[in-house]
Design a protein around this ligand. Structure first.
Ligand code: C5P
Length: 415
């Protein structure tokens, strides 16, 4: 495959050397297009050595070969890693003042960007707006990851690891997704649909300061809402205890309305309202199965002895939504399961799908270090005939897209 790797001016550029090596080792023809700023971090000689191809940054070099058009039109895939906030802004505006800018406008190949910047820059409205614009045009965004940043602080903004970028980018090509280039057309296969998504984890109060809760971060549901909106749907995202940072992107999407809730009862009421007009309902939230029978009006104190909590069962919200579904409405459940192996995972999933009566169940394996609080996920999708219709792995955005692909494949009610 002919891969163009755009490199822009961030310290993570040194990691892109590994990305290029991986692609070359896997037999791809790689052409690196650094910006002038990127060359301050990693020089031309390194890029030429790892890619085994000449490297230019300006449209005025190699003019006889019309390199700026040739690179864009020859590419089967364009990856921009790291993609700085400035680069995302340039891409959103369609600026073409260097070879990378021109290549990005000339290509019809899928474009994958791996953002890397400080958390404050990532969360800035300008950056988020630019990302919306790019996503709407079909550009695929991988990361950023959450973790320590160059300045010594921590948060979302780290470029995801090179092998992950390579895997995500190759998966985009394998899926044959729409281009982010000249045509700038994203899939709008959910246009006109109304979608309700729940995410996060409910909290059931014990007393004014304590609660029963769970480890759900809300990332997968936020990604699902974001992906649905990018694909044209109008989305209500009901979020139970999700950090602002996790919701930043989705909440700034013009087609996403966020409703914040806390307890299972509040989530049920918000989802029942949203489901009344929704074509597709996806229950991604981790709902507490039990709540405390009598919430203590004052703080429970040690001197009063070890408390005995009486629990009562919460309603199964999803089962209720299935029972009261509108004609043609499609219901998607998520099941987090611990399982010894894939066979057990699928078996548990089948039993749960039948119990819940959903059209699609995404079963994901969880453990102390899988599923929760991570940016990666893997789900097995079961349809109403208990067939495994997809086995999706990657970032939570990739998994979200796989879920919507499966919804679209089910046909009704998708127009
Ligand atoms: O039974 P389990 O909790 O594993 O089922 C998971 C699915 O059911 C998820 O889609 C979750 O949102 C939903 N659920 C619910 N109400 C509950 C418990 C789970 O809607 N009380």
């Amino acid at each position: 495959m002919f891969v163009v790797v755009g490199v822009t001016g961030g310290i993570a550029a040194y990691k892109t050397v590994q990305l290029v090596r991986t692609l070359v080792t896997n037999g791809h023809e790689v052409h690196v297009v650094p910006t002038v700023d990127a060359l301050r971090f990693v020089g031309t000689a390194t890029w030429e050595a790892v890619s085994r191809n000449p490297v230019t940054t300006s449209v005025h070099e190699d003019v006889a070969q019309v390199r700026h058009v040739a690179l864009g039109t020859s590419a089967d895939l364009v990856i921009v890693a790291p993609a700085t906030a400035h680069t995302l802004a340039r891409m959103a505006a369609g600026l073409a003042d260097d070879l990378l800018g021109v290549t990005l406008l000339a290509t019809t190949a899928p474009v994958v960007v791996a953002p890397a910047m400080h958390t404050a820059m990532w969360e800035h409205a300008a950056t988020q707006q630019n990302l919306h614009t790019l996503r709407e045009r079909g550009v695929h965004v991988v990361g950023p990851a959450d973790g320590p940043l160059t300045g010594g602080d921590s948060g979302p903004g780290r470029m995801v690891e090179p092998d992950e970028i390579a895997a995500a980018a190759l998966a985009v090509v394998a899926r044959g997704d729409a281009a982010g280039g000249v045509s700038g057309k994203a899939r709008h296969d959910l246009a006109g649909l109304s979608v309700a998504v729940s995410t996060g984890g409910t909290r059931e109060p014990i007393d004014p300061v304590r609660f029963l809760g769970n480890r759900s971060s809300g990332r997968q549901g936020a990604a699902l809402a974001q992906a649905a909106a990018d694909r044209g749907a109008d989305v209500t995202l009901v979020a139970a205890h999700v950090d602002d940072g996790v919701l930043t992107e989705a909440s700034r999407h013009p087609r996403v309305a966020v409703v914040r809730v806390s307890t299972a009862a509040e989530l049920q009421s918000a989802m029942t309202d949203a489901a009344a007009t929704a074509d597709v309902v996806a229950m991604v939230a981790a709902v507490a199965d039990y709540r405390v029978a009598a919430i203590a009006p004052g703080k429970l104190r040690k001197e009063d002895g070890i408390p005995r909590l009486e629990l009562v069962e919460n309603p199964d919200i999803l089962a209720g939504l299935v029972a009261g579904r509108r004609p043609g409405q499609l219901l998607v459940g998520f099941a987090a399961e611990t399982a010894a192996d894939d066979a057990e995972l699928v078996e548990r999933g089948r039993r749960k799908r039948a119990r819940k009566g959903v059209d699609l169940l995404a079963v994901n394996r969880v453990s102390w270090d899988e599923g929760f609080e991570t940016t990666e996920n893997r789900v097995v999708l079961l349809d109403a005939h208990d067939e495994v219709v997809a086995d999706a792995a990657g970032t939570k955005c990739d998994v979200a897209d796989a879920v919507w692909d499966a919804v679209v494949a089910l046909g009704s009610p998708v127009r």
